[in-house]
Structures are given as C-alpha cells and as structure tokens.
Design a protein around this ligand. Structure first.
Ligand code: SAM
Length: 215
C-alpha cells in the first residue's frame, strides 16, 4: 500500500475521517448501499456462518451486517486506531473480538474461521504477487467461504483508464482478473461461486464469493 495512505489509516484522524466519509459523503453512501445489496445476494448463497473474520474491518462499517449473518465476528486490521475506535464505539461483546493483523501474514491457523471477508483491501496492495498472496491467505484460514473484493482488470473503468493513461499519465490500477481469482481458488481446492460487479459502469470493484470444494 502507498505508505502515505497506510499512515493515514493508521492514525486517529485518518480512522475517524474514514468513518465519517461513509456517514457524510453521497458517493460513499451510494456505494455502501450497493454493497449491502450484493452482500444480501452472497449471504443468501452461504446461509448463516458460525464465525467470520472481517479483515480489514476499517472503522467497523460492516460490523452489524456481518453480525446479522454470523454467530461471532473477529474484526482485524493493520490500523490500531481503527480497532480501538471500534471497540470504544461498541463496548464489550461476547460475539465480537479484535486483532491487529496484516492481510499478508494472517496470524491464524489453517481453517480458523467458517468464513473470511476482505473488503476493499486488495486494490490497495502494490504488487500482483501481494494481491495473490492475500487471496491465498484468506483461503488458508477459512473453512468454508471467502468473500474478497478486487479491482477487475477487465472492468470498463479500468479499460478507460488504460486508454487514457498515455495522455494523463495516471498510474495503472492495482487489479486482479476473475480468471486469475478462479485459478487461485482451484489451486487451493476452492471454487469461485460468483463475482458480481459493484456497478458495471461506475465501479471496477468485484465482490467474489469462493467456496471450498466439497464443504
Ligand atoms: C479502504 S479501508 C476498508 C475497510 C473496510 N473493509 C470497509 O470496507 O469499510 C482499507 C483498510 O485496510 C487496512 N489495511 C491496509 N493495509 C493492510 C494490511 N496489509 N493488512 C490489514 N489491513 C490493512 C487499513 O488500515 C484500512 O482500515
């Protein structure tokens, strides 16, 4: 991740402003609403899960949604202020735990959680090898389901960005393709169930649901 972006997430001010963005900014509210519709579709396919790791949890935006579908939730993030803020907001709960962790080296044994969700992290990871390694880590610690978002290389938004890049000099997006996610799943004994786009025109993000084969 860009060290400046990471430093901001890892500060009290950055953590609070991330929470406030989703409360105040229209485009964030809209995308949050679209995401919740997608989650409804994905959880309709998984049914209720026993335990869910939400990493990165950020400022707990999806906490109540995940608690609607899981008996217990562990919120994980690299940012300490995000975790402290979430615990402070919600107080102690037997159903929620917190852990500081990197998505590149999850400090959990294989098969630790019934389900693992990684929302809006993959596209921050600089190297393709890191983005793929993160997916492998999620598959390692999950027993049955993984939900992972990634920025789709073949999305309309990314195609347009690549076309315009020679003119505006913008850096390429940090992407994965659906086919590559499918390959990573297969290599680990998993399958890609579905990977709907958040929006076909307005966003390059996909929300992939993966399931362990034979689970
Ligand atoms: C865009 S936010 C997404 C938060 C949450 N999933 C959501 O959708 O609201 C990205 C989060 O990733 C965290 N983060 C960045 N690099 C990380 C890493 N290597 N491992 C774990 N968390 C990381 C940041 O602290 C930040 O909270």
């Amino acid at each position: 991740m860009d060290p400046r972006v990471l430093a901001r997430y890892n500060s009290q001010e950055g953590a609070d402003s991330y929470r406030d963005e989703y409360r105040k900014k229209l485009h964030r509210k809209l995308s949050d609403r679209l995401e919740r519709r997608l989650f409804d579709r994905l959880f309709a396919q998984t049914g209720r899960v026993e335990s869910l790791l939400d990493l990165p949890c950020g400022r707990g935006r999806l906490r109540s949604l995940f608690l609607d579908h899981a008996d217990s939730v562990v919120e994980g993030d690299w940012s300490y202020p995000m975790l402290v803020g979430n615990r402070g907001d919600n107080g102690p709960s037997e159903r929620v735990g917190y852990v500081r962790a990197s998505g590149l080296a999850l400090p959990f044994a294989t098969d630790s959680f019934d389900a693992v969700a990684s929302i809006r992290l993959n596209h921050h990871m600089d190297e393709q090898s890191e983005r793929e390694h993160h997916v492998r880590e999620l598959l390692r610690v999950a027993r049955r389901f993984v939900i992972v978002t990634f920025y789709d290389y073949h999305s309309l938004k990314n195609r347009l960005r690549r076309l315009r890049a020679p003119l505006n000099g913008k850096r390429p997006k940090r992407t994965l393709s659906v086919a590559r996610v499918q390959e990573l799943a297969k290599e680990a004994g998993w399958r890609l169930v579905t990977a709907p786009a958040l929006s076909l025109v307005g966003s390059g993000h996909r929300f992939a649901l993966l399931e362990r084969v034979g689970s």
